[in-house]
Design a protein around this ligand. Sequence first.
Ligand SMILES: C[S@@+](CC[C@H](N)C(=O)[O-])C[C@H]1O[C@@H](n2cnc3c(N)ncnc32)[C@H](O)[C@@H]1O
Length: 211
Amino acid sequence: MLPAEQNRASLSSDAVLHHFGERAETYAASCARAPWSWLRRRECDAVFHALGDVKERAVLDLGCGAGFYACQALVRGASAVTGIDKSPEMVRATPRLAGLHVQQGDAEALEVAGVFDRIVCAGLLEFAASPMLVLSGARQVVRDNGWMVVLIPRESWVARRYAGWHSRHGIQIKLFSSAFLGELARQTNWVVADIWSVWPMSHVVRLDPAL
Ligand SMILES: C[S@@+](CC[C@H](N)C(=O)[O-])C[C@H]1O[C@@H](n2cnc3c(N)ncnc32)[C@H](O)[C@@H]1O
């Protein structure tokens, strides 16, 4: 990265922390209200379809926010769920439940104990300065017969408007074309196993470890 790009990435990264920190307390409630609840329900169905049966599985939730997917995984019978989020406020906003361990941490410099059957990363990659670091870190902690599911904004006019809204508060988000995603996966030792579109702007992608 050039110094100017590095500077922009670091300003954006500070803005991401600030943005989610400010919204942490009300994040779960606002996602449960229309119109987000409508989008959330459809994305959640696609994410768990892609994750498959999580019963008795160890699940890692990268960028867990207030714990929506982590809690859903527990409800669906996961044996243990670890959630990681960079925002301390989000970590504090996550419910305390048996079987759920939440820690503050940076998914771009992943430090987590254990290996996981399933990794979910919903709504984080677009905010990462380096999605490649997130994917390569996750690759180190997935079981050989496990997989990872990412929820990302795909290239579309709706996503571009969403990106424009974020840029007004200093956040540069990334949009993912199939080619960009495929290249990221290849460079981080994952294989794109399947992609589901969720209208209007998301892709749910299953990544299998390249063995
Ligand atoms: C759009 S929210 C999604 C939260 C949650 N996955 C959900 O679907 O409700 C993105 C989350 O990613 C977190 N985040 C952003 N960059 C991160 C990073 N580098 N490492 C860990 N968490 C990060 C933010 O703090 C925020 O909680």
